[in-house]
Structures are given as structure tokens and as C-alpha cells.
Design a protein around this ligand. Structure first.
Ligand code: FAD
Length: 467
């Protein structure tokens, strides 16, 4: 009988957890002679997924939900016994704050791109000149073919600066916490480029290809997101519970990885060495780069930025909010005199998260050109957020409590050329370090389902390599 081969997953965020889970599932199913170890540097699994339960509130300190149409997250949740805990978001009007005024998000816009003419024409978000410029998308010839370009450049060219600044930028930078004039089109929304190339117009392309919406009751929008009733950390816990005993090792950071003749040596922070036949590197890019710093092909990761944000959850008694706006929240355009970038009325978007009679607001600070706000004290950050909130909702009392989470250098930026750089790194890795695979939010998609998908893909590659 062949000796048991060890597969090591480095990083216990959702990517590493999903990889370890699906590896063990396949090992059992195919009765393979492999064992899995999961090494996590901190004392806790979950990485960016962190939920705090406090006074009956469920507070997400990191991601609060995932896109329902990307199935891998709900599938994983169902596999580990949480299928009946999946909750769709409460729907309602969302808003956009432009030049300090709240506007309704025009209906029929997809990621800020208008797909219906009427709501767009009647929206107070754009000047008549801005509307004319955006409508040029119908007649303007398609852009020259190119390998990549910034999101900002692409959208400005098709729809004009105003639509970008008042609608698209606040929405997209909310997802990537970055500057859309630096972010890569091909690593974020390549489908928009393909639509432009195929249909000559982004709006026409979207109209032709968007699945017909199921008829919905008037005023009732379909839900796009899912979360878990007890918080996303319950997914981390349930996946962990499904791992074999002895799989998980917390407080074990990998400092370096060395290639040996027939295996890899992982040098750990406690001075010990662990052997692996194959490795899944499910850490942020800067950690992966440090572990493989002897390899020049990893150098591009040194120049890959990651921005910082702080997430600020504020709990109030409902009576404290004098101007209660009907809806689920708002994003803020850069031309507004605000430091918050977004605010979710969490008690309305996720009613299960908040006790009756209470209000839970979740705001972000940390624009690309306002990174220093993340380093302010808790009190200073709360004051900034409250000052901004009071410009839109009249709040007359202090919060019952606040939960502030700083995410320093935690939002990886897929800048122009990211896809090409990833291809080059992965090709070199296959040559120089066969059996070592990268997966996670720094590489091919930041969303929780994207991370789970990458964990699954890495599992397939490991199994193919070891066979
Ligand atoms: P991580 O969660 O970063 O996990 C990596 C792990 O590797 C960490 O636990 C770390 O300690 C460990 N590690 C690092 N170095 C080493 C080492 N040397 N040795 C061993 N272990 C190491 N996505 C959504 O889909 N929906 C959202 O609503 C959403 N909101 C977000 C809000 C915030 C504030 C943030 C920060 C992210 C959000 N995201 C959201 C993105 C999503 O949460 C992340 O992309 C995803 O959780 C990343 O998972 P990961 O496992 O790849 O990385």
C-alpha cells in the first residue's frame, strides 16, 4: 500500500476552509491515501468572516452576505447543514447620495448602467448634458479591442463622466473599496467589455442578454443576496465541524516554503517543519509572496495594493432616529461632502439581525484618498459617522453601542493588468513549484462564493497532480 501523502492548506479563511472540506470529501469518496492539514496563522478560523452577537443583534464585522446567483456559498452552507438558515435580503428602495442629497437609485439600472430609458431620463441624479452623454452609448462605435483597461476609462468612454461619478463609481467602489480609474475591467466585469464588443453598445448588450425578470408584485424587488440567520461565522463553524479531527492547526503561520526533491517543506513560525506533497496557498497575496520570496515570479505581488476600510456598526433604539427613510441604505458619491462611503439600514435589509424596536446601521469609512480615517480612535470614527448620518437622518441620541472593525490592507486591488499578471505567476508556479496552488480573494474574485469556487478549483488541481 502506498504511503499517505499530506496535503497542506495554508490559511483558514473561507477559501482554505472550503478547500480542506472539499479535499476531505473527495478523499473519502475516492478512498484516496491522502490526509489534509489546515494551517492558520491567527488563533481563529474564518479570516475576514467575523460575526459578533451582542444584546440580540447579529453584527457582521466583515462580509454580511453573498450574491445568491453564485451558487457555491449556498451549496456549501447546505452541505454542512445550514440550508434552512439561509435568509434572503429584505428588499426596498436603495439610495445614492450625490452632492449631499439622497436620490433614489434609478430602477432598471444594473451596476449603475441604465437598462431602461424612462427612469434614467426622469432621475434627478444627472444633468440634461449628462443624460445626453450617456445616451451616446447607443450610437458610439465600440472601443478598440484591448487586453485590459480601467473600469473608469471604459465607463467614462461609454456613458460619460457624470453617470460614472454619480452612479457607477459609488456602487463599484463599494464592492472593491478602490479607485475605479485604477481597477481592471477584465478582472472585475469582463462581461461588460464583451457586451460592448459584441453589441457595439453596453446598454443594448445588457438589454439583450439580461435574463427576463420574473414578474414581481408592484414595488417588490427580488432579493439578490443571501446570508445566514446566525451570521456568516456560523458557516465557518459548521465547515470546521465537518473537518476530520486533527485537521485544523491554529496559531501556525507558515514563514517559508521550500521545494525539495519529492515534496515541499513548510517552515512554521514555531520553528518546526511540516512536509507536504501538495500545498494550497489560501492566504492574501502579500503573505503568499513572503512564503515564496525566493521565487522572482512572485515579485508582482509586492506591487499589488490592498486598501483599508473600517466598518462601523451602530445600534440605536428606534425612537432615536427621527427621520426614518424607507429603504435599505445608500452609497455615497465622491462629490459629496461626506466621509462615510456607504450606509446599510441593516435592520431593514436583514430584519433578523436586529431586535424589535431597535435600529442597526452599518457604515463604511476609508475612501481610497481618505485611508488615514481608519487609524483614528474609535470615538473619533463614531463622531465622523454620526455627523454624516445626521445630515441625512435626524438622530437625536447616542448609539446604545458601536462595533468598529478596522480592515487594514485587507481589500486586494485588481488593478489594470491583474489577469495577465496572474496568468504569468500561475504559469511560472506550475513550472517551478508543481503541486502548489494559489486560491482566494487576492486572485480571481473577492466575493465569498468566488473564494469558495477557487478553493474547489484548487482541490481539483491537487487531486489531478497527486494522481
Ligand atoms: P481571508 O479571509 O483573508 O483568509 C486568509 C487567512 O490566511 C487568514 O485567516 C489569515 O490569518 C491566514 N494567513 C495569512 N498568512 C498566513 C500564514 N503565513 N500562514 C498561515 N495562515 C496565514 N464578500 C462578499 O461576498 N460579500 C460581502 O458582503 C463582502 N463584504 C466584505 C466586507 C469587508 C469589510 C471585507 C474585508 C471583505 C468583504 N468581502 C465580501 C470579501 C470577502 O469577505 C473576502 O474576499 C473573503 O472572505 C476572503 O477569504 P479568503 O479565505 O480568501 O481570505
Amino acid at each position: 500500500m502506498s504511503e499517505t501523502k499530506q496535503i497542506v492548506v495554508v490559511g483558514g479563511g473561507i477559501t482554505g476552509l472550503a478547500a480542506a472540506y472539499y479535499l476531505q470529501k473527495e478523499i473519502k469518496h475516492q478512498q484516496l491515501p491522502y490526509e489534509v492539514k489546515l494551517l492558520e496563522a491567527s488563533d481563529k478560523l474564518g479570516g475576514k468572516i467575523k460575526t459578533e452577537q451582542r444584546d440580540g443583534f447579529t453584527i457582521e464585522r466583515g462580509p454580511d452576505s453573498f450574491l445568491a446567483r453564485k451558487k457555491s456559498a449556498s451549496e456549501l452552507a447546505s452541505e454542512v447543514g445550514l440550508g434552512d438558515k439561509l435568509v434572503p435580503n429584505g428588499t426596498g428602495q436603495s439610495y445614492i447620495l450625490v452632492k449631499n442629497k439622497l436620490h433614489k437609485m434609478p430602477s432598471g439600472s444594473f451596476m449603475g448602467i441604465p437598462t431602461k430609458v424612462r427612469p434614467f431620463l426622469f432621475s434627478g441624479l444627472f444633468s440634461p448634458v449628462g443624460k445626453v452623454k450617456a445616451s451616446k452609448d447607443f450610437v458610439k462605435s465600440k472601443g478598440a479591442q484591448q487586453d485590459d483597461q480601467s473600469l473608469g476609462h471604459f465607463f467614462r468612454n461609454r456613458l460619460g463622466d457624470e453617470v460614472v461619478e454619480n452612479l457607477i463609481e459609488p456602487l463599484l467602489s463599494g464592492i472593491y473599496a478602490g479607485d475605479i480609474d485604477n481597477l481592471s475591467l477584465m478582472s472585475t466585469f469582463p462581461n461588460f467589455y464583451h457586451l460592448e464588443q459584441e453589441y457595439g453598445s453596453l446598454i443594448k448588450g445588457l438589454n439583450k442578454t439580461m435574463p427576463a425578470r420574473k414578474p414581481v408584485k408592484k414595488g417588490k424587488k427580488p432579493s439578490m443576496f443571501l446570508t445566514l440567520k446566525d451570521g456568516l461565522e456560523s458557516l465557518v463553524e459548521a465547515v470546521t465541524d465537518h473537518l476530520d479531527e486533527g485537521t485544523v492547526h491554529t496559531n501556525k503561520a507558515v514563514d517559508h516554503i521550500e521545494k525539495k526533491a519529492s515534496h515541499y517543506n513548510l517552515l512554521l513560525n514555531d520553528g518546526t517543519v511540516m512536509e507536504a506533497a501538495s500545498v494550497i496557498l489560501a492566504t492574501p497575496h502579500f503573505a503568499a509572496e513572503r512564503m515564496l520570496s525566493k521565487h522572482d515570479f512572485m515579485k508582482p505581488f509586492q506591487g499589488m495594493p490592498a486598501t483599508s476600510v473600517a466598518n462601523v456598526a451602530l445600534a440605536f433604539d428606534a425612537s432615536a432616529v427621527k427621520k426614518d427613510i424607507d429603504g435599505t441604505g445608500f452609497v455615497v458619491s465622491r462629490n459629496s461632502d461626506f466621509r462615510i462611503t456607504a450606509c446599510t439600514w441593516t435592520h431593514k435589509k436583514w430584519p433578523h439581525s436586529t431586535p424589535e424596536g431597535k435600529v442597526l446601521l452599518r457604515c463604511y469609512v476609508g475612501k481610497p484618498d481618505d485611508q488615514e480615517v481608519v487609524d483614528l480612535s474609535d470615538g473619533e470614527i463614531v463622531d465622523i459617522v454620526l455627523k454624516d448620518l445626521n445630515k441625512t437622518m435626524n438622530i437625536t441620541a447616542d448609539p446604545e453601542f458601536s462595533v468598529i472593525t478596522r480592515w487594514k490592507n485587507a481589500m486586494p486591488q485588481y488593478t489594470v493588468g491583474h489577469k495577465q499578471r496572474m496568468n504569468e505567476i500561475q504559469q511560472a508556479m506550475e513550472q517551478e513549484l508543481p503541486g502548489v496552488y494559489l486560491a482566494g480573494g487576492s486572485y480571481h474574485g473577492v466575493g465569498v462564493p468566488d473564494c469558495i469556487d477557487q478553493g474547489k478549483e484548487a482541490v481539483e488541481k491537487v487531486l489531478k497532480y497527486l494522481k
